[in-house]
Design a protein around this ligand. Structure first.
Ligand code: PLP
Length: 400
């Protein structure tokens, strides 16, 4: 029965990890995957996560019963408060519901299923470029019309704000607009507060449906409130909207699939119906969510000492990334690498969109430095030990 099955194209980011793992070159560097690495290039279990896990392991009142379809109630509340700030008016006015999901991806997929199956929406706009999975997630949910809005300006290596506004202004009513809530992947360029305000106004005027994707709260500035600014601002705008929240990066819970779909409704009374429909969507996709990651997050967020400790550990990650940006830039400057590389320190979050061409990327790969063909690098793959080698190889690629 499988004789007519052709191979699907490889998933680039996982293919890079395989190339990296298989390589025997002692100088190999993986700049592909968006996962935090220590200064020694190792994955990091946050100490506060480890503490919470030990506490959970010793808590004999816990069990492995199914969670409710919508997820762990305490997790949903704590996660939403973290995103919006516990005093946000939409929380006080009961205009928020939330649904535990399988990571940020699951939150996007759940939201997309609801928007397609319940709302009958069919047009979605994603930034050009965007996280490579946005398009597929919405198509899999049945969105047949995936469009791009301009975002990256290769000339200035910054935001094409005018192009973005023009494209959003031309979007049809009820088009779903995916906006990266903080630390845009892959460009590392976010709108300024004034630009966010203008974007929100267009969405309101044109009756567009805003779907924020917030996968990096804490990773841009190191401050959770600051990084929640755009989500909080949109929540203030008297709009119906969704926010997909991920704990993969800021808790280092990549394989625990811990996410939350936050739903804000201008009319709080409608949330009862929304909730019942959302639960149907969950039931047919994953029935009910996994426990472990959500319980870790809840344990940390609800304990003020753990919460403070976690904030410190986020800062360690954010600071190391900033330090690597600076060291990469310093090394390129020292080498006199042709071109302006200031965007490396201007960009924020986990990624830098280097501006390297596909040919230059190939050159780096031939030297065992693995990165996406778009030229995106994960800053987490850099360490003080390999940054010089990476800069030298970029320099060679540029001069080739
Ligand atoms: N959204 C963006 C912009 C991302 O970069 C990522 C992960 O890389 C996700 C969503 C998905 O996060 P998760 O691993 O929690 O599914």
């Amino acid at each position: 029965v499988f004789k007519n099955v052709d191979s699907a194209p490889p998933i680039q980011v996982f293919q890079l990890t395989k190339l990296f793992t298989d390589s025997t070159d002692p100088k190999k560097v993986n700049l592909g995957v968006g996962a935090y690495r220590t200064e020694e290039g190792k994955p990091w279990v946050l100490p506060v996560v480890h503490t919470a896990e030990l506490q959970m392991a010793n808590d004999l009142t816990l069990n492995h019963e199914y969670l409710p379809v919508a997820g762990l109630p305490d997790f949903r509340i704590a996660a939403t408060q973290l995103l919006l700030g516990s005093n946000h008016t939409v929380i006080a006015e009961n205009k928020v519901e939330s649904f535990q999901a399988l990571g940020g991806t699951g939150a996007l997929r759940l939201g997309a299923a609801f928007l397609k199956n319940v709302m009958n929406f069919n047009v979605v706009y994603v930034s050009d470029p965007t996280w490579e999975n946005h398009k597929g997630v919405f198509q899999a949910a049945g969105f047949s019309d995936v469009r791009l809005y301009r975002y990256w300006d290769s000339e200035s290596r910054g935001l094409n704000f005018r192009g973005m506004c023009e494209d959003l202004s031309n979007a049809p009513e009820n088009a779903v607009i995916i906006l990266h809530g903080v630390a845009h992947n892959p460009t590392g360029i976010d709108p300024t507060k004034e630009q966010w305000e203008a974007i929100a106004n267009i969405c309101k005027e044109k009756k567009l449906f805003v779907f924020l994707d917030c996968a990096y709260q804490g990773f841009a500035s190191g401050n959770l409130d600051e990084d929640g600014w755009a989500s909080r601002y949109f929540a203030d705008q008297d709009l119906d909207l969704f926010v997909a929240q991920s704990f993969s990066k800021n808790f280092g819970l990549y394989n625990e699939r811990t996410g939350n779909l936050v739903v804000i409704s201008r009319d709080p009374k409608k949330l009862t119906e929304v909730r019942s429909q959302m639960e149907i969507q969950i039931r047919i996709m994953w029935s009910n969510p996994p426990n472990h990651g959500a319980r870790i997050v809840t344990t940390v967020l609800k304990n003020s000492a753990y919460f403070e400790e976690w904030k410190g550990q986020i800062l360690i990650m954010a600071d190391r990334i900033k330090k690597m940006r600076q060291e990469l830039l310093d090394n390129l400057k020292k080498l006199g690498t042709p071109g302006n590389w200031d965007h490396i320190t201007k960009q924020i979050g986990m990624f830098s969109y280097t501006g390297l061409t596909e040919k230059q990327v190939e050159y780096l790969k031939s030297k065992s430095i693995y990165l996406l063909s778009s030229g995106r690098i994960s800053m987490c793959g850099l360490t003080s030990k390999n940054v010089e080698y990476v800069a030298k190889t970029i320099d060679e690629a540029i001069r080739a």
